[in-house]
Design a protein around this ligand. Structure first.
Ligand SMILES: [Zn+2]
Length: 401
């Protein structure tokens, strides 16, 4: 298949000549994590979705969840902890738990350092409308910047502090507040095959999952060793990124689950619900088709860099992922999906300038770091990259100088 070859419309340049094998249905390429294709050329993520829609007894799962909530209600400092970024998934989860179950949660926010103005407004509105208590934690910025650089060099993914902090910090809070039930939003099975819906397995958001794909194979202890030769830090600076000792969690009798394991997850409909019920607002994101996916990944002002790295590394970015979801849900035509991919994926995000400023590296250094993490058979073609547009809030983002 040749989705990525050929002309790219108005710009008229050629995209990379190496064609990636792609799912006949959703278009995800062979460089996608955990992907496999069956004899019909359809990927395992598409098959997982079929199984989810046809084979799971969602009513039984719903009752299972209701029983779980009752087991913990009223017995601890809070009924549950809800880790919260303010994006559509965590906002819907909080909304659902408060409105449907009338529980008293402790909302825990790990501030990764890049929250955008619209998101901050959404958060305030959501907390006030739902009447919830909130704990926000912000890690040391200097440490965050050094961790980002190390993760970029090691893995071509600078979000280590964010992945780990978001999943580890709320577990420390669960211990501190003696609150064993932790409710996350979307299960990973919607996007990858690290977990699937078969055998009626319920994905536990635990240390196994944390080590399987959240922390990129780098523990906080590893990280401390990696940066210690050139960076002065207090060992306690890395504590928020460690997973709490499993014996402490067991003693708490914790349960850490995704709401999406118990109700069929539908991001687009859920985004509409929080828009109409809470006044939640979407936003534009760098290099995404304007107006189409305003509910996705509005949390972070270096999201565009993250997507760009994925494109350089693996030959696709989030347009492909979003159209793949829409194709699986029958919400877009394949030809339209292909057109969006060709038009938007090969753009350089303006936030790259800010990102390079934070990390203190040049674009040449950035490119050579990313080149070392490319996933074959993809090969990036820097000549085919064009300049992307700034979002409305670009000039409001924190600058280092
Ligand atoms: Zn597929």
């Amino acid at each position: 298949m040749t989705e990525l070859s050929g002309s790219i419309g108005a710009v008229g340049r050629q995209l990379p000549v190496i064609d990636l094998v792609r799912c006949a249905r959703c278009g995800l390429p062979e460089t996608y994590e955990t992907i496999e294709f069956d004899p019909a050329g359809v990927c395992n993520i598409c098959r997982q979705k079929e199984f989810r829609d046809d084979q799971i007894d969602w009513e039984a799962r719903g009752s299972q969840f209701a029983a779980l909530v009752e087991e913990y209600r009223g017995k601890y400092e809070y009924d549950c902890i809800i880790p919260f970024s303010g994006g559509k998934d965590s906002t819907y989860t909080l909304y659902h738990m408060v409105k449907r179950f009338g529980i008293k949660p402790l909302v825990v926010q790990f501030n990764h350092g890049f929250m955008r103005p619209t998101l901050l407004k959404n958060n305030e509105r959501t907390f006030r409308q739902l009447g919830v208590e909130v704990l926000t934690f912000t890690p040391n910025w200097k440490v965050v910047k050094r961790l980002m650089l190390e993760a970029l060099i090691r893995k071509g993914d600078f979000c280590w502090h964010c992945h780990t902090g978001i999943y580890s910090y709320p577990m420390h809070v669960a211990l501190k507040y003696n609150t064993p039930l932790i409710v996350w939003g979307e299960p990973s099975s919607e996007y990858t095959a690290y977990y699937d819906y078969r055998d009626d397995a319920i994905e536990e958001v635990d240390e196994t999952r944390f080590n399987r794909f959240i922390n990129l194979g780098i523990t906080a202890e590893d990280m401390a060793g990696m940066i210690s030769s050139d960076f002065d830090f207090d060992p306690r600076d890395l504590a928020p990124f460690t997973y709490p000792p499993v014996r402490d969690l067991r003693r708490l009798k914790y349960r850490s689950v995704c709401l999406g394991s118990f109700i069929p997850w539908d991001t687009r409909n859920q985004a509409q619900t929080i828009e109409s019920e809470l006044g939640w607002e979407g936003d534009e994101v760098e290099n995404m088709p304007p107006g189409l996916y305003r509910y996705e990944k509005i949390e972070c002002y270096v999201q565009g860099v993250r997507d760009y790295i994925k494109f350089l590394k693996r030959g696709y970015h989030r347009v492909t992922q979003m159209t793949a979801l829409d194709l699986r849900n029958g919400r877009i035509e394949k030809a339209d999906a292909d057109r969006l991919v060709r038009e938007f994926e090969n753009r350089r995000p303006p936030s790259l300038d800010i990102f390079l400023e934070y990390l203190g590296i040049s674009e040449e250094e950035f490119n050579s770091i990313v080149l070392k993490t490319v996933v074959p058979p993809h090969q990036p073609d820097f000549d085919a990259i064009t300049a992307g547009d700034k979002t409305w809030d670009f000039d409001l983002w924190y600058r280092e100088r």
